[in-house]
Design a protein around this ligand. Structure first.
Ligand code: PEP
Length: 253
C-alpha cells in the first residue's frame, strides 16, 4: 500500500515546510503503508530536510529525459536524486493536456528514472468522452504499453502505476470502487503479460478526488494498492486520514 501526495503547483517554500511538518506529525508511524509527498521542485530540498527521521518519502512531479546539458528550465533525474527523491510522477494528465507530453516521451522518462534509481509513478487514464464511448480500456492499454515499452524491471518495487481517470481529477467526481477495481485488474493483466508473476506486487494506485470519505471503499478493492492524492494532500488531517484508511485496508485484507 502506497499513499502519495501530489501537491501540484501549490505552496511556497515556507508553506511547503509547514505542510510537510504537519503531514509528518499527522501521519506518525504509517506501519505497513508507504507514504510519499511530491512538492514543487523548489521546495524539494527543504521538504527532504523536514522528512529526515520520518518514514515519509519524497517525490517530484516531473523530470526531463536526458542526463543534463543545454535544456533551459528542465530538471534531470540526477538532480532529483541529489535532493533526496525516491519517486517521480511521470505522464500526469495535466502534463499530457497542458504541456504536450506523449506516450513516447513518458517512455523515455520512465527509462531515465529507472537508470537513476528513481521509482516512476506512471499516470494513465481516460477522458470522459473516451469512457462514454466505452474506450477506456483501449486508451489505458495503449498508455501502459507505450509507457513501458522495452522497460525491464529487476523487481516490482521499481515501478508504480497510477490509474487516474481524467474526469475524476480535481472535479470532486470519483470512480466508483467497482470502476476502479475493474480498471486496476485490467492494468494488472497488462503488467502480468509483460512482467509475469512480479506484476502481482507492482503498486497500482487510484487517483481522482480521493478523500477521507471515499478512501476506505476505494483502497479496500483487491487491485487498488494505494492512492495518488491531489487536493486532499494539501490538508494534513485529510491526507493522514487517507493513510489511516490504507492501514485499515491492509489490516482487513
Ligand atoms: C492528481 O492530480 O493526481 C489527483 C488525483 O488530483 P485530485 O486528488 O485533486 O483529484
Amino acid at each position: 500500500m502506497l499513499i502519495a501526495g501530489n501537491w501540484k503547483m501549490n505552496t511556497t517554500l515556507d508553506t511547503a515546510r509547514t505542510l510537510a511538518n504537519e503531514v509528518v506529525a499527522a501521519v506518525g508511524d504509517p506501519g505497513a503503508v508507504q507514504v510519499a509527498m511530491c512538492p514543487p521542485f523548489v521546495s524539494l530540498d527543504a521538504v527532504f530536510n523536514t522528512l529526515r527521521g520520518s518514514s515519509v518519502k519524497l517525490g517530484a512531479q516531473n523530470m526531463h529525459d536526458v542526463d543534463g546539458g543545454a535544456y533551459t528550465g528542465e530538471i534531470a533525474a540526477s538532480m532529483l536524486r541529489s535532493v533526496g527523491c525516491d519517486y517521480v510522477i511521470l505522464g500526469h494528465s495535466e502534463r499530457r493536456q497542458y504541456f504536450g507530453e506523449t506516450d513516447a516521451g513518458v517512455n523515455r522518462k520512465v527509462q531515465q528514472a529507472l537508470k537513476h534509481g528513481l521509482i516512476p509513478i506512471v499516470c494513465v487514464g481516460e477522458v470522459l468522452d473516451e469512457r462514454r464511448a466505452g474506450k477506456e480500456q483501449a486508451v489505458v492499454k495503449t498508455q501502459v504499453e507505450k509507457a513501458l515499452q522495452d522497460v525491464t524491471l529487476a523487481n516490482a518495487a521499481q515501478l508504480v502505476i497510477a490509474y487516474e481517470p481524467v474526469w475524476a481529477i480535481g472535479t470532486g467526481e470519483t470512480a466508483t470502487p467497482e470502476q476502479a477495481q475493474e480498471m486496476h485488474a485490467f492494468i494488472r493483466s497488462l503488467l502480468t503479460a509483460q512482467y509475469g508473476a512480479m506484476a502481482a506486487d507492482i503498486h497500482i494506485l487510484y487517483g481522482g478526488s480521493m478523500k477521507p470519505g471515499n478512501a476506505a471503499d476505494l483502497l479496500s478493492q483487491t487491485d487498488v494498492d494505494g492512492g495518488l492524492i491531489g487536493g486532499a494532500s494539501l490538508k494534513a488531517p485529510d491526507f493522514a486520514a487517507i493513510v489511516t484508511a490504507g492501514q485499515n485496508a491492509v489490516a482487513g485484507a
